[in-house]
Design a protein around this ligand. Structure first.
Ligand code: SF4
Length: 231
């Protein structure tokens, strides 16, 4: 695994906890509106400075008692075979662990849950199941996405699903289909697209949705899940 970034403190990434966030490089998806090209595109990953594991674990040691939790995101953290070992070391130091995933690797998600290596999972829902290829820019095995959703819903640990809503791609019908795909889920967060640097620069010109649009999307989603909120 390659650590591509470290946010030393965050109050928003782990609900109710003071956390730090570690960013692992590499992702099998190419979502055109992705903000994290330096963690996704191989040529950018190569140029991007790496943080050593030694530095990271020394940092964590010093944060004991100050930070409650570690959020592990990417890129896509579950592509790393050595993720369980990495999380075990975080666990040994007494931190809670949250994983942010795109659901690409259900076997890894299952392994982490079984081995008590994760306390909170946030999974991105990119689009309705039939539009995943368009939303991610690659051929996605949709069975894996469905399996990840099922594993997370049945895990018994805290979880959320979330979607970044992109103007010109998502609309009400799409939001309904996404909410149906996670039907009965405890928490579903919708977040507005922000026109920042994106893998496909064309998206940088998109205007975010209005609050009125977002409220409508939220109402539609709330027909299928226990709680949907705008974040
Ligand atoms: S899954 Fe996330 S990190 Fe990977 S390309 Fe899509 S938005 Fe970027």
């Amino acid at each position: 695994m390659k650590i591509g970034g470290l946010q030393k403190v965050t109050l928003i990434d782990y609900p109710g906890k003071v956390a730090c966030t570690v960013f692992l490089s590499g992702c099998p998806f190419r979502c055109p509106w992705c903000y994290s090209g330096e963690l996704v595109m191989p040529e950018k990953i190569k140029e991007h400075p790496e943080i050593t594991k030694d530095y990271f674990f020394e940092f964590l040691e010093k944060r004991k008692g100050v930070v409650d939790a570690v959020v592990v995101c990417g890129g896509e953290p579950t592509i790393n075979e050595d993720l369980p070992e990495f999380l075990s070391k975080i666990r040994e130091k007494g931190f809670l662990i949250k994983i942010d995933t795109n659901g690409f690797n259900p076997e890894m998600i299952e392994k982490l849950i079984k081995n008590n290596l994760v306390d909170y999972i946030a999974m991105d829902i990119k689009s309705s199941l039939e539009k995943y290829k368009e939303a991610t820019g690659v051929d996605v095995d949709i069975k894996k996405i469905k399996k990840s959703i099922a594993i997370i819903k049945e895990s018994g640990i805290e979880y959320e699903f979330r979607t970044t809503l992109v103007p010109g791609f998502h609309q009400k019908e799409e939001v309904e289909k996404m909410a149906k795909a996670i039907e009965g889920a405890n928490k579903y967060f919708l977040q507005n697209f922000l026109p920042e640097k994106t893998i496909n620069g064309h998206f940088e010109e998109k205007k975010p949705f209005s609050s009125k649009d977002l409220e409508e999307f939220k109402e539609s989603a709330n027909l299928f899940v226990k709680m949907c909120e705008i974040r």
